[in-house]
Design a protein around this ligand. Structure first.
Ligand SMILES: [Zn+2]
Length: 261
C-alpha cells in the first residue's frame, strides 16, 4: 500500500541507503528486473556496484554538465597521473565535452535546470527522480555511451531501458507539477571520434513503458517489503559472489538467468 513518506530528499542524501529504502527510483526498479537478490542486497547495503573507468568517464561528463566538475575532481584523485595531469581516459572525456558543446542543438537541450529532484506516489510506491536538464517544455537525460549502435538487435534505448526511465520521469514530473513534457535523451559516445544525437522517445512508447511498469510493480514491492522472497538470477556478480551449490543443474539451464518468478 502507498504510504506517506516524510523523508526529506536533498542533493546530498538522494543516493543514501535511507532514501533508497524509502523511495523507489528508476535505477532500483531496473535492478529488480535484472536480479531481485542483487537489488535487495544494494538496498540493505550488502552490495555495491564496483566502479569502473567506463562508469567514471560517464560520471565525469555528467559532472561537467551539472557544473560540479571541480567537486568531482577533488573527490576522485584516481583520475590524475602522478604529475597532476589527467589520465588519458579523462583527457578524452574533455574532448567528448568539447565536441558536444560545439553543437548548437545539443547545448540547447542541455541548457535546462540541472539535477532537479521530484517525488510522487505511483503504482503503490513513493518515487524519486532527478532530471539532468529540465527545460520549460522538455525533460532531457544525458547519456554517455560506448556507442549508439543497437545492442542484441534492439536500439540501445530499449536495451538499457532508458525509455522506461523517461516514462517514469514524465509521469512523476506530471504528478508533481501537473505539467506533461516531451522527453529526450542527449546521447554522446566515448568512441575515439565521439558520436552525438538528441533522441525523442515518442508518447506511444512512454505509455507502453508505463503500462509495463504498472504490471511489474506489485511483485517488486512485495519483494522489497519482504512479503515475497527475492529470486536469485544466479549469473550476476552478486549472485556469483554469494553462490552456494546445493545440487547439479540441468545442462540446458547453464549460464541462463534464473527466471522462476
Ligand atoms: Zn543475480
Amino acid at each position: 500500500m502507498a504510504k506517506h513518506i516524510t523523508y526529506k530528499l536533498t542533493a546530498k542524501n538522494y543516493y543514501s541507503p535511507e532514501a533508497n529504502q524509502a523511495y523507489m527510483s528508476v535505477s532500483q526498479f531496473k535492478d529488480f528486473l535484472n536480479c531481485e537478490a542483487q537489488a535487495m542486497a544494494k538496498i540493505n547495503g550488502d552490495y555495491e556496484q564496483p566502479m569502473t573507468t567506463a562508469l567514471l568517464v560517464g560520471s565525469y561528463v555528467d559532472a561537467h554538465f551539472e557544473g560540479t566538475l571541480d567537486v568531482f575532481k577533488a573527490q576522485h584523485p584516481e583520475i590524475f597521473k602522478r604529475d597532476g595531469a589527467l589520465r588519458s581516459d579523462y583527457e578524452h572525456a574533455d574532448e567528448i565535452i568539447k565536441r558536444v558543446e560545439a553543437d548548437k542543438l545539443f547545448i540547447k537541450y542541455m541548457s535546462g535546470e540541472k539535477q532537479k529532484i521530484f517525488t510522487a506516489e505511483l503504482f503503490g510506491a513513493s518515487w524519486k527522480i532527478k532530471i539532468d536538464s529540465l527545460l520549460p517544455d522538455k525533460i532531457v537525460d544525458l547519456k554517455c555511451m560506448r556507442s549508439l549502435e543497437p545492442v542484441m538487435g534492439v536500439s540501445f534505448i530499449r536495451h538499457w531501458k532508458y525509455d522506461i526511465q523517461l516514462a517514469i520521469y514524465q509521469e512523476i514530473y506530471y504528478l508533481a507539477t501537473g505539467k506533461r513534457f516531451e522527453t529526450f535523451i542527449a546521447a554522446c559516445t566515448k568512441e575515439a571520434v565521439p558520436n552525438l544525437e538528441i533522441i525523442r522517445i515518442p508518447q506511444w512508447r512512454l505509455d507502453e513503458c508505463l503500462e509495463e511498469t504498472r504490471k511489474q510493480m506489485p511483485h517488486i514491492l512485495a519483494v522489497k517489503n519482504k512479503n515475497y522472497p527475492a529470486c536469485r538470477c544466479s549469473v550476476c556478480e552478486y549472485c556469483r559472489q554469494t553462490k552456494k551449490l546445493t545440487e547439479p543443474i540441468d545442462f540446458e539451464d547453464v549460464g541462463f538467468k534464473n527466471e522462476e518468478v
